[in-house]
Design a protein. Structure first.
Lengths: 803, 333
């Protein structure tokens, strides 16, 4: 019997290509006759294009054509299009020019005369809520969603002068919300509280900064679109592209074998990937659009910032009695809804006896938002965890203990519907983290002064949703005796293509060296899969591959029973053979079984398929039919409640009280993500996500000139995401490793919660080094910390953003 | 005409192999010529198509501009010597550790392998309005956007504002002033030896340049005299992150101490003025004073006497005060 693969380190099948540089990313592809496109971006935050004069550009030698918004298919009124005549943020693409090389294309763009009519703009959602404040869009400042199409549409929300006046100096005003929900009786909750904290907190907006910008190359052949693009997901991106271009999915061949990071910004690729596709169709040449880092900073998506008012009530024993949360979300040019998830996460983290969420999300003339690794969760965790520290100090309770007191367990709940959980082993994670980090010893170092350096110790708890269900698995056992595991998910660096394949290998007892993972190119016949986002994949696709492998196993047992007699249940599979349990010598190799499956046909060869499969899977399975034993199944395993994973982060920092400089010395992350599938890959997620969190807490940001509405943080050195030298040498990790009872492999997703844990643990440690002072904003840059240390006025107002 | 960034426009490239050839190319092509050393500042400008020289003279093939050699009175460093070499050279480490330390903290290891000492001191400012192509004073316009009432200027100056409030970004520049280095500048048939302190200029002198270098000039080497060899040194750079960041504020200090008293000190700060700024008042105030916390405190206060914060950079006052204090305590950083 092959050793179980789940829980073991393996070498992912893409590793050698990546480390040797042989892996081809979107911009590495070439096609005969290929030309290059360059974009013309809006120089102002909100404008209307009155006229475009491209005559000079189009007459230049080597220039082949231009794509304008007029060439794009229709799209719903609120949705973002690849190009626009009404740019809603500085840097929004207006048009694209194709030329024989990029230099010529850039020179041509420079010679285009665009007549922009500047329109009012707003960078701060609170300013848009002012009675006379500007709206980011001519149609209003938010979009009201409704099932009733009569009701749905753009609206304008303004608060009253009284709303703004009511709030004291520096406190966030709270006018009419767009959304409100309450669980329990919050008045009673606060009445019962021995301690009530009321804070105004600001969390920055920040760019995703994937290493690979969203480049794409496209050409058309016999009516089919071939699109090489940088995308997190493959099967779903193909469908998205087909829908956007009004094509059948079969008429799109999508190639995305490698993706240099997405973090939620390339879930189905990007709107801009349509530009080379349409431009190629228009000029009849393959078109490459290489997105530069400068462009990536505008169109590369971002996490929405929050301005929040948080009121929390605590019993003397530390139990949270009430959470009253009001979030104003900066939705950027095209809107966002992170604040809803933030409310759900807050309810889950603290299991409050009562809770109210109120929120508004407004358009601003800043770059588009999208999910960013732990959307809503990472923000609220980074904002609320320091408040938990403050309460613990005032109540005289250990900071890990106060989280343990309020942590959810298997009976926990979340959100306005008080949804149930599939599993939660948060206390176990806190206990394990305390042990690995050495909390008891480290907490004794808290506040210790060594010269000008003060030690601070912090902890942060971060939940995030960890799985979806109902997708398809597709496997082929070919006459070469190998198991081909087809994956419609993407390959954005998480090893999910390999790790979720192991569920199938384990069901069949197949050694890993006889498994082939097929991924990244839809012409290789991929099944319908989850988006590679929302930390869904580990959960969704260990399930789908498990289901498909069970289908394969049944078919192998049936073929063996037909051949050797007895009933299918008398047979088992291992090491590439199906054998009689009572006499292992009575066996048939998978290679032979595959040939038999082809001969028998019907369901064995993929000519008959289950009727609950997605149409994408059916098409792929039909294309594979007859090539071996084909197994295709939909995940219909039982699943009640919501699946969430948890990460607890621990950090130790040294703060220099004369300079405000922070040295992050140690970091430990411990997770409850169910069964550990791949330890080394899990460590990479826990630590890699934490590094993004360190950036949130310490350095990464946006800066806009408020008068002109243009961005300065459009280079790495001004946006300041953390680099490797900002990562502590000492990084540890651990996992509770208890299976989730509602999924066959027991594994939950883990991509997202590490970010909030890193951010919160570092913010908590900085606050600890400051003697418990909570600065109530991110990022905690040198200037902010030094002003606090020196007792000087803070450089930014308590509600100021994009600074 | 539309603006496009991140795409270097075509230029004529010359790659001379001798200083004489380089100088004649500079003389021949005049004002439209750009001298390219490591490229880390230049390529940003080129990519953004804001500085668009017709001719670029690239110096990596000029061997005589590279390397570090001992002289009768100290050491001479070729302008094209990499920052990595400066940071790891045994003589510089032994006698002029101040420079080695500053060079070792420039940007990232990769940038230090490519970036040169001559390039580092010749850098243009990183004011994000100016670098963004705004038509400010420094760019030939008639306004400073960074000092407007709502402007974002946390990284701008607290001293020396004169229409422009940008700061000098170089890490090595203040250490060269502290070491009393001499900059060797050649032009056609002329060689000038310029004190490092005079090499850097403020907007009052010429608002479009950060140094005395004019088109046609070539910084060939930097001589460090033995004056401060082996003295007590202090260097510190405060930055927002450790990977590739310019100093918010930095301090370089060379000092000689005798019988517990400061006999002589040179204290230079950067990130606070449009040029690396020597704190003469501090130097004078501490001369002859005992090496003590009291002296350090006093020196720190003197350092910020004439400082004036903009809207968002008040923190630079306590920061430079504290750094000067630390520098004067006499303990190694």
């Amino acid at each position: 019997m092959a050793e179980k693969l789940i829980g073991k380190d393996i070498v992912p099948p893409d590793l050698v290509a990546k480390v040797t540089g042989r892996a081809k990313f979107a911009e590495d592809f070439r096609a005969p006759g290929m030309v290059f496109a360059k974009l013309l971006l809006s120089p102002m935050p909100h404008a209307r294009v009155r006229n475009v004069d491209a005559s000079e550009a189009l007459s230049m030698p080597g220039v082949l054509g231009m794509l304008t918004p007029d060439d794009l298919p229709e799209a719903p009124p609120r949705s973002e299009r690849a190009l626009t005549y009404e740019p809603l943020y500085e840097g929004e693409p207006i048009l694209a020019v194709a030329a024989v090389d990029e230099t010529t294309a850039a020179d041509a763009v420079e010679r285009i005369k665009v007549d922009f009519e500047p329109l009012p703009f707003v960078l701060d959602p609170l300013k848009s809520l002012h009675p006379n404040g500007p709206n980011a869009r001519t149609e209003g400042n938010y979009f009201f969603r409704s099932r009733d199409p009569e009701e749905q549409g753009f609206r304008t929300l303004k608060w009253t002068e009284a709303d703004f006046a009511e709030a004291g100096e520096g406190r966030m005003p709270m006018g009419e919300p767009q959304t409100e929900w309450t669980v329990g009786d919050i008045d009673a909750g606060f009445a019962e509280a021995a301690l009530v904290l009321d804070e105004t907190i600001v969390h920055q907006s920040l760019s995703h900064h994937p290493m690979e910008p969203r480049s794409a190359m496209a050409y058309w052949q016999n009516g089919k679109l071939y699109l090489h693009t940088s995308t997190q997901s493959v099967a779903q991106t193909r469908v998205g592209v087909a829908r956007a271009l009004d094509l059948e999915p079969d008429d799109v061949v999508l190639i995305g074998e490698y993706c240099g990071g997405g973090f939620g910004s390339k879930i189905r690729g990007s709107p801009i990937q349509l530009v080379p596709a349409l431009l190629s169709r228009k000029i009849g040449r393959p078109v490459m659009l290489r997105i530069t880092r400068y462009e990536e900073n505008y169109i590369g998506r971002s996490r929405p910032g929050f301005q929040a008012r948080v009121k929390m009530g605590y019993r003397a024993d530390g139990r949270v009695t009430a959470v009253d949360l009001y979030i104003v979300e900066d939705g950027g040019a095209y809107g966002s809804g992170d604040f809803r998830t933030a409310g759900t996460v807050a309810s889950l983290s603290y299991q409050p006896l009562s809770m109210r969420l109120r929120g508004v999300s407004l358009y601003t003339n800043t770059p588009p938002r999208s999910a960013q690794r732990g959307p809503g969760g990472a923000q609220i965790v980074g904002m609320l965890e320091p408040i938990m520290d403050k309460a613990a100090r005032q109540l005289g309770i250990d900071r890990v203990a106060i989280r343990r007191i309020n942590a959810p367990d298997n009976n926990g709940w979340l959100g306005p519907q008080r949804a149930s959980l599939t599993s939660a082993y948060v206390r176990e994670a806190l206990d394990k983290g305390k042990e690995i980090f050495g909390w008891e010893e480290k907490i004794r170092l808290s506040g210790r002064r060594n010269g000008t350096k003060v030690t601070g110790v912090g902890v942060g708890l971060s939940p995030f949703v960890g799985g979806s269900t109902g997708f398809d698995g597709l496997l082929v056992i070919r006459p070469d005796g190998k198991l081909y595991i087809h994956q419609g998910i993407g390959n954005l660096g998480t090893h999910s293509i390999a790790d979720t394949a192991r569920a199938a290998a384990d069901v069949l007892g197949m050694p890993w060296n006889r498994c082939v993972v097929v991924w990244g190119d839809t012409s290789n016949h991929l099944p319908w899969s989850s988006v590679q986002a929302g930390s869904q994949t580990t959960h969704a696709h260990t399930r789908a591959n498990h289901a498909a492998a069970m289908d394969a196993k049944r078919k192998l047992q049936e073929i063996a029973a037909r051949e050797f007699g007895g009933s299918p249940g008398d047979y088992a599979t291992a090491d590439g053979s199906v054998y009689l349990r009572s006499n292992r010598l009575q066996r048939m190799s998978f290679a032979y079984a595959a040939r038999r499956a082809i001969q028998i046909g019907g369901k064995y060869s993929g000519h008959e398929l289950a009727d609950n499969l997605n149409a994408v899977t059916v098409t792929s399975a039909r294309a594979l039919a007859g090539q071996g034993l084909v197994a295709a199944a939909r995940d219909t395993y039982r699943h009640e409640g919501s699946t969430w994973s948890f990460v607890v982060g621990f950090a130790l920092v040294e703060l220099d009280v004369e300079t405000g400089q922070i040295d992050l010395k140690e970091y430990t992350a411990v997770t409850d993500c169910g069964t550990v599938v791949h330890p080394r890959s899990l460590a990479a997620q826990l630590h890699g996500g934490a590094v993004q969190g360190f950036g949130i807490a310490r350095s990464q940001k946006w800066v806009f000139d408020p008068q002109w509405g243009v961005s300065f943080a459009k280079r790495f050195y001004t946006a300041r995401p953390p680099g490797i030298l900002d990562v502590p040498l000492e990084m540890k990790w651990g996992a509770v490793n208890k299976p989730d009872p509602q999924t066959p492999v027991g594994a939950k997703g883990i991509g997202e919660p590490p970010v909030g844990a890193g951010s919160a643990a570092v913010a908590s440690a900085i606050s600890d080094a400051l003697g418990g002072q909570c600065l109530c904003r991110t990022p905690l840059t040198t200037d902010v910390i030094l002003a606090a240390l020196e007792g000087r006025k803070q450089p930014y107002g308590p509600l100021e953003i994009h600074v | 005409m539309a603006v496009i960034r991140d795409m270097i426009p075509a230029f004529e490239l010359f790659q001379p192999t001798s200083v004489d050839d380089a100088l004649s190319l500079l003389a021949q092509h005049g004002d439209d010529t750009w001298v390219l050393a490591g490229g880390l500042d230049s390529f940003d400008w080129f990519k953004d198509r804001i500085k668009r020289p017709k001719v670029v003279v690239e110096l990596s093939g000029v061997e005589e501009l590279k390397g570090i050699r001992s002289t009768e009175d100290g050491v001479e460093i070729g302008a094209m010597t990499t920052l990595t070499e400066v940071a790891t050279n045994s003589e510089i480490l032994a006698n002029y550790g101040l420079l080695a330390k500053a060079a070792s903290q420039v940007a990232t290891p990769q940038i230090r392998n490519q970036g040169t000492l001559g390039g580092n001191v010749s850098q243009d400012t990183r004011c994000w309005y100016y670098r963004g192509g705004w038509p400010c004073y420094r760019a030939g316009g008639n306004i400073c956007y960074a000092s407007a009432p709502q402007a974002m200027n946390r990284e701008h100056c607290i001293f020396g504002a004169d229409r422009c409030v940008a700061v000098n970004p170089s890490d090595t520049a203040p250490t060269l002033i502290a070491l009393d280095a001499k900059m060797i500048v050649k032009r056609a048939n002329r060689e000038r030896v310029i004190d490092a302190e005079d090499f850097f200029i403020g907007p009052g002198t010429d608002i479009t340049r950060m140094t005395v270098l004019r088109p046609g000039d070539l910084l060939t080497s930097i001589r460090i005299p033995a004056t401060w060899a082996g003295a007590s040194f202090y260097w510190e750079k405060v930055e927002d992150r450790k990977s590739w960041d310019f100093a918010l504020v930095s301090v370089a200090r060379a000092m000689r101490v005798s019988n517990g008293s400061i006999t002589e000190a040179r204290v230079v700060v950067n990130g606070v003025a449009p040029y690396p700024m020597r704190l003469d008042a501090v130097e004078a105030a501490v001369r002859g004073r005992p090496l003590s916390e009291e002296t350090a405190q006093m020196g720190g206060e003197v350092a910020i006497r004439r400082a004036k914060a903009l809207r968002h950079n008040d923190y630079k006052l306590p920061l430079i005060r504290n750094l000067v204090r630390r520098a004067l305590r006499g303990r190694p950083a």
